[in-house]
Ligand binder design. Sequence first.
Ligand code: SF4
Ligand SMILES: [Zn+2]
Length: 370
Amino acid sequence: MVEAIEDLGRIVREANIRARKSSISRRKTRDPSRPAAKWVASAPIGKTTGTALSLVLSTHGCSHALSDAGGCTMCSYLLDGTSGEVSADNLLSQFDNGMEGLAGEPAPLSVKIYTSGSFLDESEVPLDARNSILDRLGGDERVREVVLESRPEYVTDSALESIAQRLQDRHTEIGMGLESSNDFVRRMCINKGFRTEDFTSAVNRALEHDIGTRAYVLVKPPFMTERAALEDAVQTISDAVDMKVTTVSVNPVNIQRYTLVEHLWRRGEYRPPWLWTLIEVLRRSRKNLPSSVRILCDPVAGGKSRGTHNCGECDLALVEAIRGYSLTQNIERLQVEECDCLPLWKHTLAHEGPSMFVHEDIARGLLGNA
Ligand code: SF4
Ligand SMILES: [Zn+2]
């Protein structure tokens, strides 16, 4: 059985690399002094609502995606990066460019820094640049919350010590893509390249430095039925809270270019999750979790064919309900009118063909060496 699992893992990895190969060679050379993306929006900050800047720095990309592993099955962030050189000075210019979006905004502010990989990976963001960015954030009294995204292997004691010292009393979180708490799902469906225990160790290390963590939970990786994906997401959120993460960010899969997920979608072998599934995941999770844990969700491409969607008629109302809930944490915001597509979703949950993997499960037992 272990051999069969190894074979399956290899097949998924190879298909993943095939799906993205040509995109890497066709990456653009971007202006290294400008971020890949930035946007400003209202966001819950502590017990109030403030303004959040999300900033995607343009780097050479995620080390996991550039490695022989080929990255995660649903992610094309590598395309946000550049094929050219990006110096520490360039990254500082990108940061300053992003912060212009908060000019004149009153406190409280939140700044979320993403890269096309890991902010704490020194091969992606040189230490000098990281420290200078943290110092600038630490010097801005309006900034009350900072979120830095990284894979767990870069969440080291020395990085955490430096973050804590530079950001002082700000609410700081390290955002990490747990995706699923099931090692089998994370390995076979996502090709994530780390184990649950790696994630847990990073959470614990952060806690020792009084730094919070944000778990990104993926809803409906490929090769799972709607029902299996729903149960997996609910279980993962609950497990993440047990691990003591401070925030959970729930992310339904959206179809990104040159990914294995896109390849399956084009062949009619994958559908992004229903919005009903997302609502159900959020409802069930909120009921069972302490109110101190925030559950956030801002579905990318919500209501579109490449994103989480329903029938087209009710999508907008559901996306609005989800965003409203995320902003307020008030579960009543998830109450939406029923639509004619609801029975079809229920039918899908009950009768969709067997999952490639059985959740609960066999898989957890099998995964000694995932
Ligand atoms: S999801 Fe994160 S770890 Fe996976 S390939 Fe994308 S950037 Fe890298
Ligand atoms: Zn509908």
